[in-house]
Design a protein around this ligand. Structure first.
Ligand code: FES
Length: 143
């Protein structure tokens, strides 16, 4: 799925799933999430993300060239980060974010920001990638 398709489907899903009154808040969270696009280092199977891509947010939507799914990078503290692949653990469909959780529009699974499945049919957690901070860059290990 291309990034433009992802964003379009994500925002459409947000609009469809949000209850009246919180629609504006959910759509605002989609629109305000910073994003970045990087190339992986195929030799090391890592990618490097400048930390300033987060801006003032504690989350970053990441597109890595050659990967079919987007990633959500979450800043836990100033020095601790985690990366979740936005691929549903039920049947490998792209996931969508709200300000409260990550959800799948295909069959309704919901995940928390730790990647844990909160609502079936998905029962397995989302795939996590080791992420460390080094000299103002995040190094994400893609193995
Ligand atoms: S593919 Fe996500 S719930 Fe089925």
């Amino acid at each position: 799925m291309k990034r433009s398709q992802f964003i379009k489907s994500s925002c459409t899903a947000c609009a469809m799933l949000a209850l009246p009154g919180i629609t504006a808040m959910v759509l605002e969270s989609c629109a305000s999430l910073p994003s970045a696009k990087v190339k992986p280092d195929l030799a090391t199977k890592q990618c490097k993300v400048p930390i300033d891509k987060f801006g003032k947010s504690n989350m970053l939507l990441l597109r890595i060239n050659t990967y079919n799914f987007d990633f959500l990078v979450i800043k836990n503290t100033e020095t601790e980060y985690k990366t979740l692949e936005l691929r549903c653990s039920h049947e490998d469909q792209p996931l969508t974010m709200s300000n409260k959780n990550i959800f799948c529009t295909s069959h309704g699974s919901i995940f928390d920001f730790e990647g844990n499945a909160l609502k079936e049919p998905a029962i397995r957690p989302l795939k996590k990638y080791k992420t460390k901070l080094s000299n103002n860059f995040l190094i994400i290990n893609l193995t």
